[in-house]
Every structure is written in structure tokens, then in C-alpha cells.
Design a protein around this ligand. Sequence first.
Ligand SMILES: *[C@@H]1O[C@H](CO)[C@@H](O)[C@H](O)[C@H]1NC(C)=O
Ligand SMILES: *[C@@H]1O[C@H](CO)[C@@H](O)[C@H](O)[C@H]1NC(C)=O
Ligand SMILES: *[C@@H]1O[C@H](CO)[C@@H](O)[C@H](O)[C@H]1NC(C)=O
Length: 467
Amino acid sequence: MDTNKAYAQLDIEQVRSNKWWHHRWFKIACLCFIILAVLTIVLVLLLKFVILVPEKLDSTTTKTTTLSTITTTISTLTTTTTSTTTTTSSITSTSTIITSTITTARHSGWSNTGNMTELRMEHTASLLQNGKVLVTAGFYDDTHLNSSELYDPLTGSWTSTGSMNQGRDGHTASLLPNGKVLVTGGIGEQDYLNHAELYDPSTETWTVTNSMKDKRNFAAACLLADGNVLVTGGFNGDTILDSVEVYDPSTGIWTTTGYMAEARDGHTASLLPNGKVLAAGGFSRHTFQNTAELYHPSTGTWTTTDSMKDRRDYHTATVLTNGNVLVTGGSYGGITQNSAELYDFSTETWKTVGSMNNARHNHQAVLLNDGKVLVTGGSNGSRALHTAELYDPSTELWTTIGNMNNARDYHTACLLTDGNVLVAGGSGDSTDLNTAELYSRSIRTSITIDKMNNIQDNHEISPLTNG
Ligand SMILES: *[C@@H]1O[C@H](CO)[C@@H](O)[C@H](O)[C@H]1NC(C)=O
Ligand SMILES: *[C@@H]1O[C@H](CO)[C@@H](O)[C@H](O)[C@H]1NC(C)=O
Ligand SMILES: *[C@@H]1O[C@H](CO)[C@@H](O)[C@H](O)[C@H]1NC(C)=O
């Protein structure tokens, strides 16, 4: 029968049109899936090539041709999006070959950040547990400053954080395990100082703590493994000291401990991984020291260790990632050193490593997160330096990097939690400085699609459904 036939035909049509792959929702789901997949791939690519760029040279250009499967998916997105917006009935997959170049340009270098509220040199800078940097006291215009200020890396600005109880410069500042900062000694308006005070970041206030037994200017302080602070040597106005005192933050009490074999000021004191402290160089007995000695906290005594090759004071000492200590530059009378030496804490010996490109004293050295050491500014014996250089522990060599915007010595340099380095104040070309600048290792990346070949192939993946 014709009618039966017609009904049968209708049934078939209905069944066919009811087939699940004919439903509009399925196509929409497909589209959503493809868009999601493409977004995921784009995200993965961004992560791989833009955000997680591997550490390489300071400025690199990496050319990458993306996989053709990925480019095919990207072009499919373009096509399907078009077909959705124009509601055409055909979904077309297009194979397009895109040669894309991903250029990763790494701009490490200097940029100015906010100015400090005061000009200062011979101040200190300490990274607090909250990520801010505390700058204390210093010297400007014949004044031993009593001001302190905080740098906030999030805003790039400085705010005053109260007056210290004693104006000073040439002092020490140590971050304690409880988050407070202990400031000791230096020189004030009237005298050399044994005065010590504590900064509490939670109240942003200063309180006086017990004074040291000795007045000390240009002493070296070092946080011990047990959380106490060791303060070594310094100048008391009459003599350079061999005496050493330990501050216990839980009691606020100073205890005299073993004397160093040599009196020293303008020296360094570095905590080694084995808990000993390495004191190196400095000035005493009318000469610049190349001697070094080790403090043993368990016995409270010092023993002489290997001497450096070069004599130096106002040098730097940086404990590297492997626990060895890099000493750089310093002054030897009228001669400024460019030499660098490495103390191996396991063999307790020094060896010479590559010399810096610039001789410098009263400079700063900072261990970066990648294990390299950034050295900034200082004086070459006649004037302050703009230059900065990087020490690579794997080659034991130095590379000059871009100049700072200001020449500076007697400044501070402090590693921030984001891996950048904050350099602040100091004495410049003609005046003391309120300026601060950041050494940034951040990466800025641009993605360039170089070449997009025209559509090569068109094929249907779905029959007509509308109309
Ligand atoms: C910072 O201080 C210097 C002078 O020391 C001045 O030239 C500069 O304009 C100041 N910068 C800002 C942002 O105030
Ligand atoms: C800090 O120094 C300023 C200026 O020298 C002075 O006026 C002020 O009294 C000092 N404050 C303290 C607490 O010593
Ligand atoms: C220090 O640097 C200045 C400027 O670069 C230069 O003119 C001078 O000769 C240098 N002095 C010494 C002792 O190297």
C-alpha cells in the first residue's frame, strides 16, 4: 500500500532524524569540546613557552615551530567558530600549516623604584619575614640618622617606620628567628656605640635592649644556627677589637665569648653549614689582614684557618648554595682589589677564582636564587661605581651586566622574596642618595606568528542538516 509505504518511509525518516548524532545538542557539545581542547592547548603552550621559560642566557631568542597537529586544531577552531556564528549547516575541518615563532626575550636589568624618604649611606637593609625591607639609620649631611623606613615590593614605595632610639651609622642589623631585627653599635653623634635596639615588625616600633660590653663600629654580626647573634670585633674609638659577644634573643642578654686570634674591623663573618663562623680579613695592627679564623659555637673558641691570598678590608663574603664562601674585592691601603677567593668549608682552604672586571671596595654582594652572586657598585679607590657583575659558581668567572642608574658605594643590596634585588642609597657621584633601584631577572615574552600558509585542504565531517 502507498499509505503504508509512506508511513514506513516517515518512520525511517523519524528514526534517522532521531539518531543521536543528528541532534543539534551533540554538535554543540562537539563544538564546546573542540573549543575547550584548543583553549587547553593554548594554555599549555603559554605555560611551556611563556611562563615556565627555562633559565638560559640573559637574553635569548628561541624559535619553535609548533607541531602540525596543534596548528590543525587551532585552524579548526577558527573554522568552527565561523560556522557557529554564521549558523551554516556545514562543519568544516581545515588543515592549515602555521609556522609560528615564539620569541622569548629575557630582560634582566636595572629599573628605578621609589625613592627613600631620606638620603643615607652606611645604613643597613634587612628582608623581613613579611617580604618588606627594613632600612635603618645611616649617615647624611653630618648627621648620624635615627630614622628607619620600610620598602614594600608590592607598591614599590617607602614609608617611614619610626624613629630609632639612637642615631647611628656603621652599625649591624640581624634578622632574628622571631622576625625582629637586632641593631647593634656603630657611631653616634657623641660617641662610638655599644647601644643595641630591636625592631618589631608587628608593631613597627623600636625598643632598647641591653647594651654590648664593648663599643663597636664596623663590627661584623652573624646569626648563629641556634638563633643567637654573634658580634665580632669592630673599632671602639681607641682600639680595634678582638673581643666577641653573643646576644640571646630569648633573654636579651649579651655574653662575652672567646676572643679572636686577630683584632678586626671592616671584616666579614659568615655562618657555614657546619655551624662554624668564618671571620675573614679586615684591618688591625696597622695592616690589612689576609688572615681568617673559625668560631666553634660548641666550645665558644676560635681557631686559625687558612689565610686568603690577598689582604682586604671592606670586602664582601657570600655563603654560596653549596656552603662555600665567596670573598670579593676590598681595600688594601691605596689599592682596591678585583680579586675573588673561595673558602671551601669542608677542606678549610682558600682558592683563587676569576677576578672581577672592576676593582671595588664598600660594594655589596647578594646570592641570587639561581646560585649566582650579584655584586653592585662600591668604590674603585677614587670614585663610586655604576657597574655590576655576576659570578657564576659553575665557571667561577664574572660577567659584567648593565650599569646601575646611580653610581653608589656604602649602599645596601637585598634579595627580595620575588628574586629581584633592591639596591638603596649610598654615596653617589656628587651626593649621598635617596634613590633605590631593582635588579630584575623577570622575563617578558612576545609571541610572534611568522607565517601562516593558506588553507590547503577542506573536507566534510558532517552532512547537511538544515534547510
Ligand atoms: C628621586 O630622587 C631623585 C633625586 O635624588 C629625583 O631626581 C627623582 O626625580 C626622584 N624620583 C621620584 C620618583 O620622586
Ligand atoms: C631623631 O633625630 C632627629 C633629627 O636629628 C631629632 O630631632 C629627634 O629628636 C631624634 N629622635 C630621637 C628619638 O632621638
Ligand atoms: C675609578 O673610576 C673612574 C671613573 O670610571 C676613573 O676615572 C678612575 O681612573 C678610576 N680610578 C681608579 C683608581 O681605578
